[in-house]
Design a protein around this ligand. Sequence first.
Ligand code: HEC
Length: 195
Amino acid sequence: MFMKKLSKVMLVMTLFLIPMIAIGAGEKQETFSPYVDGKGNINVPSDFREKWVHLGTWVVTSEAAAGPSLGPTAPGTGIHEVYTQPESVMVYKKTGKWPDGAVLVMEACSIKWDDLPTGHVILAGEILDRFVMVKDSKDRFKNNPNWGEGWGWALFNAANPKKNISTNCKNDCIGCHEVAKNTDWVFVHGYPTLK
Ligand code: HEC
């Protein structure tokens, strides 16, 4: 009789308690994305250049940085290279929408120029910053000011690549991205890979 009761208790423990403990322990780290922790802090994967897909390049010119034949100095001066995961490209091309957890990394480098046999060439100098957006269609981090409009937003300086120096996406990012609101805040017209 006692043994029967005990085995019932054990059964209940196995079925409910142990899985509950396991979920509780995992809660802190496991989220919808390996680059986001339970509080919504964003990381940049270090191997995106080797493993992810290059979407496109922007050259924001500056007379000072790129040589006298190029236009006036602009606030975002640099060469901007944009990358995302291969699976996010596949989903975007099929559906026209970014899947949950899609990460866009934009690496901003300084501009160098040279006169080579091809002509006046512009090439990337040192890495300055990495801008990161993480798709979140479920509004998971309502109380975290780095999340809004369906994305998580982060900015890392090359000198300290693990520290997000952006503190509030409404002040630091979204105002400028407003012009791309109709394409889910992303400047997709600059990405030949998605066409
Ligand atoms: C001065 C305006 C401006 C600000 C501020 C700004 N962005 Fe952007 N962002 C742009 C423009 C314009 C592009 C595309 C063209 C380019 O790079 O020049 C872009 C591109 C990007 C991209 C590449 C994907 C895309 O949307 O096309 C990411 C990622 C990005 N920004 C993240 C951020 C984050 C995160 C912040 C805030 C920390 C931020 N941006 C602040 C204007 C801005």
